[in-house]
Structures are given as structure tokens and as C-alpha cells.
Design a protein around this ligand. Structure first.
Ligand code: ZN
Length: 138
């Protein structure tokens, strides 16, 4: 069995954003030389997510509105976690959107449905953060 590991780094200039990282993961699969196996992609921070959905700007706007209803960023004082930090909402948004995805690799490609794309969801940006890509297979 072969294995491959790589970190993807991000420095999002705003607090919240969704970034399509499908091409980055496809590049990792190509670099790994693995054609049949599994790829895990996970955020390495507790205020960021990795998830799969549609690459459609309207939907991403809807996510932002929905997540702000569930866990509004402000007022910061509404959260016990805040005080030393101001990112309680980011922890909660990440919890809803998930930590990781696991995808099948078949014939050297992501074995995806038509509209599936992998996203890095940033909820507390303006600093360097990373996601892990781990691939196993043959
Ligand atoms: Zn925090």
C-alpha cells in the first residue's frame, strides 16, 4: 500500500470565505501516483471546515446567511468563549459545516457525482491556516 501526505496552506484576507480546493486535491492525487484508494482532507484548525457541495455563488451566500442566523458573529459578548478571543461563532460554524471529507479515488480520479466539489470553509481568517491531505491506496 502506498501513502501520501501534504498540507494545503491558506491565508484568507477576510474573516469568512469558501474556497474550492478540488484542483489542489486532484494535484495531490496526481503527485501521489495512487490510482485506487481513499483521500482524506481535513481542516487542521477548529475554526475552519472541509466539506463537499456545489460550486455555486448563490449557495455560498445562502450558507453565509444561514450560518449567521445559527451563530451570529456579533455581539461578541453573547458568547462565554469570547473575552480572550472573539471567535466563538467560528467554532460553531465549523461544527455545523464539518471537519473533513473522505473521497474514493478510482482510475486516478476523484470518484465524484456530477456537482460534487471540495471546499475549505474559513470562519476566522486573516491568518495562515492549513488543511491536511492524506491518501492511501495503490
Ligand atoms: Zn476560540
Amino acid at each position: 500500500m502506498k501513502h501520501f501526505r501534504k498540507e494545503l496552506w491558506f491565508e484568507v484576507p477576510v474573516r469568512r470565505a469558501f474556497i474550492n480546493i478540488t484542483p489542489n486535491v486532484e494535484q495531490c492525487i496526481a503527485e501521489s501516483g495512487i490510482t485506487e484508494g481513499i483521500v482524506l482532507v481535513n481542516a487542521m484548525h477548529i475554526t475552519a471546515s472541509v466539506f463537499i457541495n456545489d460550486d455555486e455563488q448563490g449557495l455560498h451566500h445562502d450558507y453565509e446567511v444561514w450560518l449567521e442566523k445559527l451563530a451570529p458573529e456579533k455581539p461578541h459578548s453573547q458568547y462565554r468563549h469570547n473575552g480572550f478571543e472573539d471567535n466563538a461563532d467560528a467554532h460553531m460554524k465549523r461544527q455545523v459545516m464539518g471537519r473533513e471529507v473522505v473521497c474514493a479515488i478510482t482510475g486516478g480520479q476523484l470518484d465524484f457525482g456530477t456537482w460534487e466539489r471540495i471546499f475549505y470553509g474559513e470562519f476566522d481568517g486573516k491568518r495562515r491556516k492549513r488543511a491536511l491531505v492524506k491518501i492511501i491506496g495503490e
